[in-house]
Write a protein that binds this ligand. Structure first.
Ligand code: 5RP
Length: 235
């Protein structure tokens, strides 16, 4: 599983705290990554103890783990709604006086298209993170999922927006990462992102872009696991 530093104990505290929010009968969005995996395992244990919920996974990885721990699964097109989504993030803006407070960069695991679909469909979206994810302003590269034929055209459009795009390479295969949706990922460096909302709008407007990893105004809270507890940010 891809990880991005941060202590596993802190990730576990965040994930397990978020799982405590789940009530009987909930439909739960199951995010992707090493932090959310702790929440998924905690949900599996709660199901063993009698909790009755259904999960909607955001990726192949989340689905496999959910099945392994015994979470009954459903799909977005067969439910009336999602009560709670729990998902990780690669960066979280933690600057209460900034308009971007709570904005995220996601997609380190190339799952951001389905994650955004599920996280935005939820009545409540809780981010789970360790302190290494918190930042005053977004500076990390933005993952952009593109149709396979579109990667060079989109890279040119991203350059016009001031970004330098790199096709994400697979680690254990020659060639690019192919997403769960059969697409490719461009990781795009913009330097410091002062207006994530504006950039998100421009990225969404590019033909060939399936989804990008800027999540602005989507999260309702972030649970930050620390050395000895969980700090909660509410937005
Ligand atoms: O966006 C994601 C996958 O596309 C993950 O949620 C993000 O990369 C965080 O992962 P981790 O909890 O392993 O640090």
């Amino acid at each position: 599983m891809k990880t991005d530093g941060g202590s596993d104990a802190a990730k576990r505290r965040a994930g397990e705290r978020a799982a405590e929010e789940i009530e009987n009968g909930f439909v739960v969005g199951l995010g992707t990554g090493s932090t959310t995996a702790h929440a998924i395992r905690a949900i599996g244990r709660a199901i063993d103890d009698g909790l009755d919920i259904r999960g909607i996974p955001t990726s192949f990885q989340a689905r496999q783990l959910a099945l392994a721990v015994g979470i009954p699964l459903t799909s977005l097109d067969t439910v009336d709604g999602i009560d709670l989504a729990i998902d990780g993030a690669d960066r979280v803006v933690d600057a209460p006086d900034a308009t971007a407070h709570g904005a995220l960069i996601k997609g380190g695991g190339a799952a951001h298209a389905r994650e955004k679909l599920v996280d935005t469909a939820a009545d409540r979206f809780v981010v789970v993170a360790d302190p290494s994810k918190l930042t005053d302003r977004l500076e990390r590269s933005v993952p952009v999922e593109v149709l396979p034929d579109a990667h060079t055209v989109v890279a040119d459009r991203l350059a016009e927006l001031g970004g330098e795009a790199t096709l994400r390479a697979a680690e254990q295969k020659d060639g690019p990462v192919v997403t769960d949706n059969g697409n490719l990922v461009l990781d795009c460096e913009f330097g410091p992102i002062d207006d994530p909302d504006g950039l998100a709008t421009r990225l969404s407007g590019l033909p060939g872009v399936v989804e990008h990893g800027l999540f602005v105004g989507v999260a309702d809270a972030t649970y930050v696991g620390t050395d000895d507890g969980v700090d909660v940010r509410r937005y």
